[in-house]
Design a protein around this ligand. Structure first.
Ligand code: SF4
Length: 379
């Protein structure tokens, strides 16, 4: 049963060599919001602590709007997981505070092994990460030695270390299309919806791990049809972790950064958004005057696991951010050898993105260059 600051959540646990598919159970410790009178003092204290620790705050689009604003106001960044890691890697600060979920902190550590990486709560996890245990994943890879292993960024360092490629939602299509053109067969993990989308778009030979994001998995195609019928002028923006029935109705399918850009550019005043509702803070800022509707989930019925907001992203708050900085708690630690192995497939993706960018720049095709630049990025 949920308690005031502990939420129990269920998610699909895919079939693995060691277990048939099941419902996984996890929890999220969501801090109580600070009373209004204490918020300003807490924000001021965090500013002081960031300066004292010479730290920079990097936040994901799905965390609380106050944290996003604080990151930007203090010279940090708000972005998707890869933008966060790249920003942290290239920033001069020796301490990065990552407001997001654990795999994001790990990715920051993989790319910046010499920096101190802190997080408001190290137990903030992800159903994709939980649904892809490293030992089961390794056994699956061992059973298919003829396939190139491509994993999504939402995985543990151990799973990344077993992969040939790490990809983000925006570059997955291009990487898989390139591998397919070379005649390579793919093992894909862990998100089944993104994998299915990429497979349909590229025609590649892919075997899919059956994990899912508990937020996006909840969006419903039939209810979306009904909502569109009510608002025929609305455009639909969907993240590719959503089910195929939702993606089939989307005007734009893209990563978080791409969806924010689409919200800004679209010539429509009403937008239906199928991704975590934390993104609306940035979308509203990018497209003032437009109206955003959340894509329908199972609503308030018993089967709604997330109601379109990630319970683990909600574990990041002003209070535990201040505590983390005050006491230097919650540091991400990673075996350096594991970090090096996990870095190789990430570097392969970054090199691919850079090569592609240079090719397009050399062609002088600015329209394509712009499109490309928008699509190089994140999960
Ligand atoms: S929104 Fe989904 S993919 Fe993102 S951290 Fe939460 S569970 Fe994982």
């Amino acid at each position: 049963m949920d308690t005031p600051n502990r939420r129990y959540v269920e998610f699909d646990l895919p079939a693995t060599p060691s277990c048939t598919s099941a419902i996984g159970q996890a929890w999220a410790r969501v801090p109580e919001p600070l009373p209004a009178g204490e918020r300003a003092a807490c924000v001021a204290r965090i500013r002081e602590l960031l300066a004292r620790e010479r730290a920079v705050l990097v936040a994901h689009y799905y965390v609380d709007a106050e944290l996003q604003e604080l990151a930007e106001e203090t010279g940090g960044c708000v972005g998707d997981s890869l933008e966060m890691a790249r920003f942290g890697r290239d920033h001069e600060a020796r301490t990065l505070v990552v407001a997001g979920v654990r795999f994001m902190g790990e990715t920051a550590k993989i790319l910046s092994p010499d920096k101190r990486i802190l997080m408001p709560d190290l137990d903030a996890t992800c159903s994709l990460d939980l649904g892809c245990p490293a030992a089961d994943f390794a056994a699956w890879c061992d059973a298919h030695p003829d396939r190139t292993v491509v994993v999504y960024a939402n995985t543990s360092a151990e799973v990344k270390a077993r992969a040939d490629w790490v990809v983000t939602s925006s570059i997955a299509l291009d990487v898989i299309a390139d591998l397919h053109a070379r005649g390579e067969k793919i093992l894909w993990a862990p998100d089944r919806h993104l994998g299915d989308y990429v497979q349909r778009q590229t025609g590649a030979d892919m075997l899919l791990w059956q994990g899912s994001c508990l937020v996006h998995d909840e969006f419903k195609g039939t209810e979306l049809e009904l909502l569109r019928a009510e608002h025929p002028q609305a455009k639909v923006l969907a993240h590719p972790e959503s089910p195929a029935a939702v993606l089939a109705q989307a005007d734009v399918v893209g990563s978080t950064t791409q969806l924010i850009e689409a919200a800004r550019k679209f010539d429509a005043g009403l937008l239906i958004v199928a991704t975590d509702q934390g993104i609306l803070h940035k979308m509203r800022a990018a497209a003032p005057g437009k109206t955003f509707l959340a894509a329908p989930t199972a609503g308030n019925s018993a089967s709604c696991k997330s109601c379109a907001h990630c319970p683990w992203m909600a574990m990041n708050a002003l209070s535990n951010l201040a505590e983390t900085l005050e006491h230097g708690r919650n540091e991400i630690r990673l075996d350096p050898a594991l970090g090096l192995r996990a870095k190789a497939p990430i570097d392969r993706m970054l090199d691919f993105a850079d090569r592609r960018k240079r090719r397009v720049q050399a062609s002088g095709d600015l329209a394509r260059d712009t499109a490309l630049y928008a699509s190089v990025g994140p999960a």
